[in-house]
Ligand binder design. Structure first.
Ligand code: AHR
Length: 327
Protein backbone atom coordinates (compact mmCIF):
# COMPACT_ATOMS: atom_id res chain seq x y z
CA UNK A 1 0.00 0.00 0.00
CA UNK A 2 2.74 2.41 1.09
CA UNK A 3 4.97 1.34 -1.79
CA UNK A 4 2.27 1.78 -4.38
CA UNK A 5 1.25 5.18 -3.05
CA UNK A 6 4.89 6.33 -3.08
CA UNK A 7 5.32 5.08 -6.64
CA UNK A 8 2.20 6.93 -7.69
CA UNK A 9 3.50 10.11 -6.02
CA UNK A 10 6.85 9.83 -7.78
CA UNK A 11 5.13 9.19 -11.09
CA UNK A 12 2.74 12.07 -10.65
CA UNK A 13 5.56 14.44 -9.62
CA UNK A 14 7.39 13.56 -12.84
CA UNK A 15 4.19 14.20 -14.75
CA UNK A 16 3.83 17.58 -13.02
CA UNK A 17 7.32 18.56 -14.07
CA UNK A 18 6.58 17.52 -17.62
CA UNK A 19 3.06 18.95 -17.77
CA UNK A 20 3.27 21.81 -15.26
CA UNK A 21 -0.21 21.18 -13.90
CA UNK A 22 -1.74 20.40 -10.48
CA UNK A 23 -1.85 16.77 -9.30
CA UNK A 24 -5.10 14.83 -9.74
CA UNK A 25 -7.11 14.97 -6.48
CA UNK A 26 -7.04 11.19 -5.99
CA UNK A 27 -3.27 11.26 -5.51
CA UNK A 28 -2.98 13.93 -2.84
CA UNK A 29 -3.87 12.71 0.68
CA UNK A 30 -7.42 13.71 1.56
CA UNK A 31 -8.38 15.35 4.83
CA UNK A 32 -9.02 11.88 6.25
CA UNK A 33 -5.72 10.39 5.13
CA UNK A 34 -2.39 10.42 6.90
CA UNK A 35 0.20 12.31 4.85
CA UNK A 36 3.23 10.30 3.80
CA UNK A 37 6.46 11.23 5.53
CA UNK A 38 8.89 11.04 2.62
CA UNK A 39 11.96 11.47 4.87
CA UNK A 40 11.12 8.32 6.83
CA UNK A 41 12.65 5.09 5.48
CA UNK A 42 10.07 2.55 4.34
CA UNK A 43 9.51 -0.34 6.73
CA UNK A 44 8.61 -3.88 5.87
CA UNK A 45 6.33 -6.16 7.89
CA UNK A 46 9.43 -7.75 9.41
CA UNK A 47 10.45 -4.34 10.79
CA UNK A 48 7.07 -3.67 12.40
CA UNK A 49 6.51 -3.88 16.14
CA UNK A 50 2.80 -3.77 16.88
CA UNK A 51 1.04 -3.63 20.23
CA UNK A 52 -2.48 -5.04 20.29
CA UNK A 53 -4.79 -4.45 23.26
CA UNK A 54 -7.50 -7.08 22.92
CA UNK A 55 -10.71 -6.98 25.00
CA UNK A 56 -10.66 -10.54 26.28
CA UNK A 57 -12.13 -13.87 25.25
CA UNK A 58 -15.81 -13.23 25.95
CA UNK A 59 -17.18 -14.84 22.80
CA UNK A 60 -16.46 -17.21 19.94
CA UNK A 61 -16.22 -14.11 17.79
CA UNK A 62 -13.45 -12.68 19.97
CA UNK A 63 -11.53 -15.96 19.89
CA UNK A 64 -11.66 -15.91 16.09
CA UNK A 65 -10.59 -12.26 16.04
CA UNK A 66 -7.60 -12.95 18.29
CA UNK A 67 -6.58 -15.94 16.19
CA UNK A 68 -6.79 -13.82 13.04
CA UNK A 69 -4.55 -11.10 14.49
CA UNK A 70 -2.00 -13.57 15.86
CA UNK A 71 -1.91 -15.81 12.78
CA UNK A 72 -1.50 -12.89 10.41
CA UNK A 73 1.28 -11.35 12.51
CA UNK A 74 3.09 -14.66 12.42
CA UNK A 75 2.54 -15.13 8.69
CA UNK A 76 3.87 -11.66 7.90
CA UNK A 77 6.75 -11.77 10.36
CA UNK A 78 5.40 -8.82 12.37
CA UNK A 79 6.51 -8.63 15.99
CA UNK A 80 3.23 -8.62 17.91
CA UNK A 81 2.92 -7.62 21.53
CA UNK A 82 -0.49 -8.99 22.43
CA UNK A 83 -2.41 -8.14 25.57
CA UNK A 84 -5.69 -9.73 26.73
CA UNK A 85 -7.47 -7.19 28.96
CA UNK A 86 -9.98 -9.61 30.52
CA UNK A 87 -12.88 -7.31 29.60
CA UNK A 88 -11.47 -4.46 31.72
CA UNK A 89 -10.84 -0.95 30.43
CA UNK A 90 -8.15 -0.30 33.06
CA UNK A 91 -6.18 -3.28 31.71
CA UNK A 92 -6.43 -1.93 28.19
CA UNK A 93 -5.21 1.48 29.37
CA UNK A 94 -2.31 -0.23 31.13
CA UNK A 95 -1.53 -2.16 27.95
CA UNK A 96 -1.47 1.06 25.92
CA UNK A 97 0.91 2.70 28.40
CA UNK A 98 3.17 -0.36 28.24
CA UNK A 99 3.17 -0.24 24.43
CA UNK A 100 4.00 3.48 24.56
CA UNK A 101 6.89 2.84 26.97
CA UNK A 102 8.13 0.06 24.68
CA UNK A 103 7.92 2.44 21.73
CA UNK A 104 6.00 0.10 19.42
CA UNK A 105 5.44 1.32 15.85
CA UNK A 106 1.64 1.05 15.89
CA UNK A 107 -1.02 0.31 18.49
CA UNK A 108 -4.14 -1.65 17.64
CA UNK A 109 -6.99 -1.64 20.12
CA UNK A 110 -10.57 -2.90 20.31
CA UNK A 111 -11.89 -0.58 23.02
CA UNK A 112 -14.09 -2.50 25.44
CA UNK A 113 -16.27 0.59 25.94
CA UNK A 114 -16.54 3.77 23.88
CA UNK A 115 -15.71 6.46 26.43
CA UNK A 116 -12.76 7.26 28.68
CA UNK A 117 -9.88 7.03 26.19
CA UNK A 118 -8.83 10.64 25.53
CA UNK A 119 -6.03 10.81 28.09
CA UNK A 120 -4.19 7.65 27.09
CA UNK A 121 -4.83 8.15 23.36
CA UNK A 122 -3.30 11.62 23.70
CA UNK A 123 -0.26 10.06 25.40
CA UNK A 124 0.19 7.78 22.38
CA UNK A 125 -0.23 10.70 20.01
CA UNK A 126 2.32 12.78 21.94
CA UNK A 127 4.73 9.85 21.72
CA UNK A 128 4.16 9.74 17.95
CA UNK A 129 2.60 6.27 18.03
CA UNK A 130 -0.40 5.90 15.71
CA UNK A 131 -3.52 4.14 17.00
CA UNK A 132 -5.71 1.97 14.82
CA UNK A 133 -9.14 1.14 16.22
CA UNK A 134 -9.95 -2.47 15.38
CA UNK A 135 -13.50 -3.87 15.54
CA UNK A 136 -14.83 -1.29 18.04
CA UNK A 137 -14.85 2.49 17.79
CA UNK A 138 -14.02 4.95 20.58
CA UNK A 139 -15.59 8.25 21.44
CA UNK A 140 -12.48 10.41 21.01
CA UNK A 141 -11.48 13.38 18.82
CA UNK A 142 -10.71 12.24 15.27
CA UNK A 143 -7.08 13.34 15.50
CA UNK A 144 -6.36 10.84 18.30
CA UNK A 145 -6.53 7.79 16.04
CA UNK A 146 -5.57 7.11 12.46
CA UNK A 147 -8.40 4.89 11.31
CA UNK A 148 -11.22 2.62 12.45
CA UNK A 149 -11.41 -0.86 10.93
CA UNK A 150 -14.67 -2.63 11.72
CA UNK A 151 -18.37 -3.20 11.19
CA UNK A 152 -21.32 -0.81 11.16
CA UNK A 153 -23.08 -1.74 14.40
CA UNK A 154 -26.01 0.63 13.89
CA UNK A 155 -26.72 -1.04 10.55
CA UNK A 156 -26.49 -4.48 12.21
CA UNK A 157 -29.26 -3.33 14.57
CA UNK A 158 -31.32 -2.19 11.58
CA UNK A 159 -30.86 -5.53 9.83
CA UNK A 160 -31.75 -7.52 12.97
CA UNK A 161 -34.98 -5.53 13.42
CA UNK A 162 -35.98 -5.95 9.77
CA UNK A 163 -35.40 -9.71 9.94
CA UNK A 164 -37.33 -9.91 13.23
CA UNK A 165 -40.22 -7.97 11.66
CA UNK A 166 -40.36 -10.44 8.77
CA UNK A 167 -40.16 -13.48 11.03
CA UNK A 168 -42.91 -12.25 13.34
CA UNK A 169 -45.13 -10.55 10.76
CA UNK A 170 -44.53 -7.33 12.62
CA UNK A 171 -46.10 -8.59 15.81
CA UNK A 172 -43.83 -9.53 18.70
CA UNK A 173 -43.10 -9.16 22.38
CA UNK A 174 -39.33 -9.08 22.42
CA UNK A 175 -36.78 -9.50 25.16
CA UNK A 176 -33.34 -8.12 24.36
CA UNK A 177 -29.96 -9.43 25.49
CA UNK A 178 -27.72 -6.38 25.30
CA UNK A 179 -23.94 -6.61 24.84
CA UNK A 180 -21.36 -5.05 27.16
CA UNK A 181 -22.86 -1.79 28.41
CA UNK A 182 -21.18 1.25 26.90
CA UNK A 183 -19.50 -0.74 24.13
CA UNK A 184 -19.80 0.40 20.53
CA UNK A 185 -21.56 -2.78 19.30
CA UNK A 186 -24.06 -2.72 22.16
CA UNK A 187 -24.79 0.97 21.62
CA UNK A 188 -25.18 0.59 17.85
CA UNK A 189 -27.23 -2.60 17.91
CA UNK A 190 -29.49 -1.21 20.64
CA UNK A 191 -30.15 2.06 18.82
CA UNK A 192 -30.38 0.59 15.31
CA UNK A 193 -32.96 -2.01 16.34
CA UNK A 194 -35.19 0.64 17.91
CA UNK A 195 -34.93 2.95 14.92
CA UNK A 196 -36.54 0.30 12.70
CA UNK A 197 -39.08 -0.74 15.33
CA UNK A 198 -40.58 2.75 15.16
CA UNK A 199 -42.29 1.61 11.96
CA UNK A 200 -43.80 -1.47 13.65
CA UNK A 201 -46.26 -0.47 16.38
CA UNK A 202 -47.08 -4.10 17.24
CA UNK A 203 -43.49 -4.99 17.98
CA UNK A 204 -42.57 -4.17 21.56
CA UNK A 205 -39.44 -4.66 23.62
CA UNK A 206 -40.74 -5.90 26.96
CA UNK A 207 -37.37 -6.56 28.61
CA UNK A 208 -33.80 -5.42 27.97
CA UNK A 209 -30.72 -6.33 30.00
CA UNK A 210 -27.02 -6.77 29.47
CA UNK A 211 -25.62 -10.25 29.07
CA UNK A 212 -22.09 -8.85 28.56
CA UNK A 213 -21.67 -10.72 25.25
CA UNK A 214 -21.09 -14.02 27.13
CA UNK A 215 -22.96 -17.32 26.96
CA UNK A 216 -23.14 -17.67 30.74
CA UNK A 217 -24.69 -14.24 31.24
CA UNK A 218 -27.03 -14.72 28.27
CA UNK A 219 -28.37 -17.86 29.93
CA UNK A 220 -28.72 -16.14 33.30
CA UNK A 221 -30.55 -13.09 31.94
CA UNK A 222 -32.85 -15.23 29.78
CA UNK A 223 -33.72 -17.31 32.84
CA UNK A 224 -34.77 -14.13 34.65
CA UNK A 225 -36.88 -13.00 31.69
CA UNK A 226 -38.62 -16.38 31.63
CA UNK A 227 -39.28 -16.38 35.36
CA UNK A 228 -40.92 -12.96 35.10
CA UNK A 229 -42.79 -13.11 31.80
CA UNK A 230 -42.53 -16.48 30.07
CA UNK A 231 -46.18 -16.40 29.06
CA UNK A 232 -45.81 -13.20 27.05
CA UNK A 233 -42.38 -13.46 25.40
CA UNK A 234 -42.57 -14.32 21.70
CA UNK A 235 -39.10 -13.32 20.49
CA UNK A 236 -35.52 -12.82 21.64
CA UNK A 237 -33.07 -10.28 20.21
CA UNK A 238 -29.51 -11.09 21.26
CA UNK A 239 -26.65 -8.70 20.48
CA UNK A 240 -24.38 -11.66 19.75
CA UNK A 241 -24.48 -15.39 19.10
CA UNK A 242 -22.98 -16.40 22.44
CA UNK A 243 -25.78 -14.74 24.41
CA UNK A 244 -28.32 -16.31 22.01
CA UNK A 245 -26.85 -19.75 22.66
CA UNK A 246 -27.04 -19.11 26.40
CA UNK A 247 -30.67 -18.01 25.97
CA UNK A 248 -31.50 -21.15 24.00
CA UNK A 249 -30.11 -23.21 26.85
CA UNK A 250 -32.25 -21.29 29.36
CA UNK A 251 -35.36 -21.76 27.21
CA UNK A 252 -34.68 -25.48 26.90
CA UNK A 253 -34.18 -25.75 30.65
CA UNK A 254 -37.32 -23.76 31.41
CA UNK A 255 -39.65 -25.74 29.17
CA UNK A 256 -40.08 -29.29 30.42
CA UNK A 257 -40.65 -31.90 27.73
CA UNK A 258 -41.93 -35.39 28.42
CA UNK A 259 -42.73 -37.78 25.59
CA UNK A 260 -43.79 -41.35 24.97
CA UNK A 261 -41.98 -44.21 23.12
CA UNK A 262 -38.38 -44.28 24.43
CA UNK A 263 -36.88 -44.49 20.95
CA UNK A 264 -33.13 -43.99 20.44
CA UNK A 265 -33.69 -40.38 19.32
CA UNK A 266 -35.29 -39.63 22.67
CA UNK A 267 -32.21 -40.95 24.47
CA UNK A 268 -29.98 -38.77 22.30
CA UNK A 269 -32.19 -35.77 23.09
CA UNK A 270 -32.04 -36.53 26.83
CA UNK A 271 -28.24 -36.76 26.64
CA UNK A 272 -28.19 -33.37 24.86
CA UNK A 273 -30.37 -31.91 27.63
CA UNK A 274 -33.32 -31.30 25.33
CA UNK A 275 -35.80 -33.86 26.69
CA UNK A 276 -36.70 -34.42 30.33
CA UNK A 277 -38.20 -37.91 30.25
CA UNK A 278 -39.63 -40.55 27.96
CA UNK A 279 -42.28 -43.11 28.85
CA UNK A 280 -41.62 -46.40 27.15
CA UNK A 281 -44.15 -47.80 24.67
CA UNK A 282 -42.50 -50.98 23.44
CA UNK A 283 -42.88 -51.68 19.69
CA UNK A 284 -40.91 -54.96 19.80
CA UNK A 285 -44.06 -57.07 19.88
CA UNK A 286 -42.96 -59.71 17.38
CA UNK A 287 -41.77 -62.42 19.82
CA UNK A 288 -44.88 -62.17 22.04
CA UNK A 289 -47.20 -62.05 19.02
CA UNK A 290 -45.87 -65.28 17.50
CA UNK A 291 -45.81 -67.01 20.85
CA UNK A 292 -49.49 -66.10 21.25
CA UNK A 293 -50.25 -67.16 17.66
CA UNK A 294 -48.81 -70.62 18.15
CA UNK A 295 -50.65 -71.07 21.39
CA UNK A 296 -53.96 -69.99 19.85
CA UNK A 297 -53.54 -72.38 16.88
CA UNK A 298 -52.74 -75.25 19.24
CA UNK A 299 -55.84 -74.55 21.33
CA UNK A 300 -53.91 -73.37 24.34
CA UNK A 301 -55.53 -70.81 26.62
CA UNK A 302 -54.18 -67.26 26.39
CA UNK A 303 -55.03 -64.30 28.64
CA UNK A 304 -57.50 -61.79 27.25
CA UNK A 305 -54.95 -58.98 27.80
CA UNK A 306 -51.16 -59.31 27.47
CA UNK A 307 -49.39 -56.13 28.62
CA UNK A 308 -46.00 -55.06 27.23
CA UNK A 309 -43.09 -54.82 29.67
CA UNK A 310 -42.20 -51.11 29.85
CA UNK A 311 -40.25 -48.54 31.78
CA UNK A 312 -39.70 -44.77 32.21
CA UNK A 313 -36.35 -43.21 31.31
CA UNK A 314 -34.68 -39.97 32.47
CA UNK A 315 -31.61 -38.00 31.37
CA UNK A 316 -29.45 -39.11 34.31
CA UNK A 317 -28.82 -42.61 32.96
CA UNK A 318 -29.68 -42.05 29.28
CA UNK A 319 -26.05 -42.33 28.14
CA UNK A 320 -25.63 -45.69 29.87
CA UNK A 321 -28.88 -47.13 28.48
CA UNK A 322 -28.65 -45.84 24.89
CA UNK A 323 -26.27 -48.59 23.63
CA UNK A 324 -28.73 -51.26 24.85
CA UNK A 325 -31.74 -49.78 23.04
CA UNK A 326 -33.06 -51.81 20.10
CA UNK A 327 -35.22 -49.08 18.53
O1 AHR B 1 -17.29 -6.05 18.93
C1 AHR B 1 -17.83 -7.15 18.27
C2 AHR B 1 -18.66 -7.94 19.22
O2 AHR B 1 -17.90 -8.28 20.36
C3 AHR B 1 -19.18 -9.25 18.69
O3 AHR B 1 -20.45 -9.20 18.16
C4 AHR B 1 -19.25 -10.03 19.95
O4 AHR B 1 -19.52 -11.39 19.76
C5 AHR B 1 -17.98 -9.65 20.58
O5 AHR B 1 -17.78 -10.06 21.84
Amino acid sequence: MKISRTLILVASTLLLIVQGCTPPPSIAPTANETPLDSARPMKTYEDLVVGFAQIGAESEWRTADTASIKQEAERLGVELKFMDAQQKQENQILALRTFIAERVDVIGISPVVETGWEEVFQEAKDAGIPIILVDRSADVPADQYVTYLGSDFLEEGHKAARVMATLTNGNAKIVELVGTLGSAPANGRYKGFREILKSYPDMQIIGSESGDFTRARGREVMRKFLQKQASVITAVYAHNDDMALGAIQAIEEYIKIVSVDAARGAFEAMIAGKLNATIECNPLLGPQFFELALKVVNGEAVPKRVPSVESIFFPDNAAKILPTRKY
